[in-house]
Design a protein around this ligand. Sequence first.
Ligand SMILES: Cc1cc2nc3c(=O)[nH]c(=O)nc-3n(C[C@H](O)[C@H](O)[C@H](O)COP(=O)(O)OP(=O)(O)OC[C@H]3O[C@@H](n4cnc5c(N)ncnc54)[C@H](O)[C@@H]3O)c2cc1C
Length: 533
Amino acid sequence: MNETDVVIIGGGHNGLTCAAYLARAGLRVNVVERRGVAGGAAVTEEFHPGFRNSVAAYTVSLLNPKIISDLQLYEHGLTIVERRAQNFLPHPEGRYLLTGEGRTRKSLETLSPRDAARLDGFNRKLEAIADVLRAFMLRAPPNLVDGFGVAAIRESFNALGSANILRRLNLEQQRDLLDLFTRSAGEMLDEVFENDLIKALFGFDAIVGNYASPYAAGSAYVMLHHAFGEVNGKKGVWGHAIGGMGAISEAMARAARQAGAEIRLKASVREVLVERDRAVGVTLENGESIRAKYVVSSVNPKLLYTRLVPSDALPGAFRARIENWRNGSGTFRMNVALDALPSFTALPGEGDHLTAGIILAPSLGYMDRAYHDARERGWSKAPIVEVLIPSTLDDALAPKGKHVASLFCQHVAPELPGGRSWDDHREEVADLMIATVDQYAPGFANRVVGRQVLSPLDLEREFGLLGGDIFHGALTLNQLFSARPMLGHADYRGPLKGLYHCGSGAHPGGGVTGAPGHNAAKVILRDHRALFG
Ligand SMILES: Cc1cc2nc3c(=O)[nH]c(=O)nc-3n(C[C@H](O)[C@H](O)[C@H](O)COP(=O)(O)OP(=O)(O)OC[C@H]3O[C@@H](n4cnc5c(N)ncnc54)[C@H](O)[C@@H]3O)c2cc1C
């Protein structure tokens, strides 16, 4: 049996981040990753001969700048470039909205001068709250603890610190914060704007990875979650990692290895070893065991506690609650190889709009129908598709003159109604997604020379994303902050001694942020010092 200080289950970008921080602090760290490549949902792979793309996560903004700097990700080979335009929203009737630095207001003026005049005010409101959320990204949320011991004292200080951050907001901004945590994005957007496309721009962020209508309570938070990022110091901007999202994970893996961490691929954990209420290591599928002082999981919490930790090792109430952890983000993901760039009816030919996130969902009503349709039939007759063509910013992804596109599609049911299997409907739904793009860019379907299709079931099988949930659990109020993954365990410590959470199922949740990995490492190091000085 091997022995180490830390074994990390899963080499996704959060597992790698956690590994890098712990190894830099001098701990012996072993990462065990089930797949043949590290990075989890942030990987780049060849999906068609000569065509490479980010397989799952496809665009960068949320990656925390402190983590980039601490782990020297740029020195380890990462380059992030901005899109030349941020978003392009074509309307089936031919008008469009094109956003980005110096563009959004001008473009919106042609659609609604009234909305253009209101845009800055709305952005300022969102930005003030996003700034406060940024301050919460790299700290554990206040955790609920029983009794009056050291942990209670520590958490009271944490709660005071959190209250101090919130005090940066004036009363009106605190009211906005409450709205953004509890209300629907749709209602809030309808109150401010009249034009469908500007509402769809913000509304899309409210349903990304959120299997819900933009009129569902709580969807405003998901909109906010997508607003707290930045690229190269520019807040709220989305960009592209040269080489695809895998370049982020590769840089993290280099940082971790350089600090001494060992990353083992094709090493799937079968079980967490538990002795006298303490996690003491893992057993791999090949029967090998690794003993460790600290077992750190980056996998979906429901996967960890229902498949890897022996059920009799867990308190019954904990186990019952985690079984109801809500997974399923309504996502269907495709990568397509193109023999030429598409041309959109609303703005024909090449241009900066082809570097943008192209949102095919022209109104909140369209998104609402897409959700209800998917609930009823399993997928939307008229789905929501974001098209991104990263090869317009990164010519190494495809052969010269050819392109790759990511299609991020919603809404589809995590599990199909009537007991049907995604294995029987994958290709049919993929055809629908391509036909949807073809409606806005005629000829697109004929330009597709290869495709990779990932249904929710494929996302689960390939990446361990239960129900295809891109965030390791819905970003609903009962699964956020002090409740992520459960009240009493928001401090990255699990219900067994020596067991920690470092993946997206912990605060601050999903996205390629590195934040849960960073925060968990801090807690583990604190516990290590308390035990060993
Ligand atoms: C389709 C899709 C699109 C997305 N788009 C974006 C985007 O554009 N931008 C963005 O910021 N975020 C996006 N996200 C969200 C983001 O990618 C994830 O929230 C994030 O990558 C999760 O990172 P993680 O390290 O917490 O977990 P993961 O990346 O899920 O890593 C967990 C790792 O654990 C491994 N594992 C599972 N079971 C075992 C086991 N038994 N033993 C060993 N290893 C195991 C898995 O193989 C995986 O590598 C997207 C996600 C998906 C799926």
